[in-house]
Ligand binder design. Structure first.
Ligand code: SAH
Ligand code: SF4
Length: 359
């Protein structure tokens, strides 16, 4: 039974061909129903895409040939086009992908002993305007689709296998963009990342990182508390935070911490507060004491990130002695503190260093 000639191509709202990677399992099932195909075929395609990380329809050998042909005519897998690959001296790898309009977004793979973490982008650019972050200088260009988010992970997994490295262990949404500004797309991708028919990852190996969109944190607490949450605190009082993170003018620190508390209660998991250490700004002894006041008694961890410098950001990375002084105070006060090791700085792959290439 061949029904394909009557099937409309799979188009998005802007009339462009949608890729198979963009479809949730449910969407694929209803499209296949329109194609007159049995439901289980959608599951098979989904498994080819996300369990076997197929790069071509011809690999999907358990699908009938005419189906593969029709899929090829009406859609595509949606592989990302690699614009640039860079490997740092410490083994950190970074890829810049280019979309059909030539816009670039980046993915980083960070090795740490046996762990392999993919740091993925949720948007091209970012609208949040944080003063210390290179992505902010791009402004917001667009949300990435679930398929583009997933294919970043698939790309890292294929590359790890091809280079004989341990498999991917963690995913952090700490590349370009504010993931909670693209929450439906991010959650659809997370669904496939964790589903047994998809990549089958444990939810707590996925971290969503936010600059502090309080309503969306509440939404996560209500509807998807299974992932880890990182909140970029990055300042020790409202005056300072208004200055470095404009989002604070909408949602001041007290409101943000209350949302964090509610999330950790719903998730039964500690919030990770990230804190970028900027010389003379956020990395002072007074700030350290203020951070202690803010976080003491909360169900949380504190992750210190020394500022990764960039020539277009007029802020200073603190000296080791300043970082130590800060650490001594927060640690001494009993907070659970970690320091993020800078990785991949030589290829501008560290936190906050992702941005489009200068023309
Ligand atoms: N938009 C989200 C996730 C992407 S940014 C967020 O802001 O949380 C990921 C992390 O990188 C955030 O904690 C952010 O504060 C941090 N970051 C941004 N610019 C940085 C820089 N120049 N040096 C160090 N960390 C930076
Ligand atoms: Fe956007 Fe996060 Fe960068 Fe702020 S730190 S501009 S929210 S990517």
């Amino acid at each position: 039974m061949v029904l394909f000639p009557v099937v409309e191509p799979l188009l998005d709202a802007r009339g462009r061909l949608r890729t198979l990677s963009e479809l949730s399992l449910e969407e694929m099932q209803s499209w296949f129903a329109e194609l007159g195909q049995p439901r289980f075929r959608a599951g098979q395609v989904h498994e080819w895409l996300w369990r076997h990380l197929a790069t071509g329809l011809d690999e999907m050998t358990n699908l009938p040939k005419d189906l593969r042909q029709a899929l090829a005519e009406h859609s595509s897998i949606g592989l990302l086009e690699v614009d640039q690959e860079q490997i740092a001296l410490d083994g950190t790898a970074k890829w810049a992908f280019r979309d059909a309009e030539g816009r670039r977004f980046e993915t980083v793979m960070i090795p740490d002993e046996d762990r392999r973490t993919a740091c993925i982008s949720s948007q091209v650019g970012c609208a949040m305007g944080c003063s210390f972050c290179r992505t902010a200088t791009m402004g917001f260009l667009r949300n990435l689709t679930p398929g583009e988010i997933l294919q970043q992970v698939a790309h890292v997994k294929r590359w790890l296998a091809a280079t004989g490295q341990p498999p991917l262990s963690n995913i952090v949404f700490m590349g370009m963009g504010e993931p909670l500004n693209n929450l439906p797309g991010v959650l659809q991708a997370c669904q496939t990342l964790t589903s047994p028919k998809g990549m089958g990852m444990a939810s707590r190996r996925i971290t969503l990182s936010t600059s502090g969109l309080v309503e969306r944190i509440d939404e996560l607490a209500r509807s998807a508390p299974q992932y880890k949450l990182a909140i970029s605190l990055n300042s020790s009082n409202d005056t300072m935070r208004n200055d470095v993170m404009p989002v604070n003018r909408r949602h001041p620190i007290a409101e943000l911490l209350a949302a964090g508390d509610a999330w950790s209660q719903a998730a039964d998991w500690p919030v990770t507060y990230e804190y970028v250490l900027i010389g003379d700004v956020t990395c002072t002894e007074q700030s350290a004491w203020e951070v202690v006041e803010l976080l003491r008694g909360r169900h949380c961890k504190l992750n210190l990130i020394p500022l990764n410098p960039a020539s277009d950001i007029p802020l200073r990375s603190p000296e080791e002695s300043e970082i130590h002084a800060f650490e001594r105070i927060v640690h001494g006060a009993g907070l659970l503190v970690f320091r993020r090791k800078p990785k991949g700085r030589d290829i501008l792959a560290a936190c906050g260093q992702l941005a489009r290439k200068k023309a």
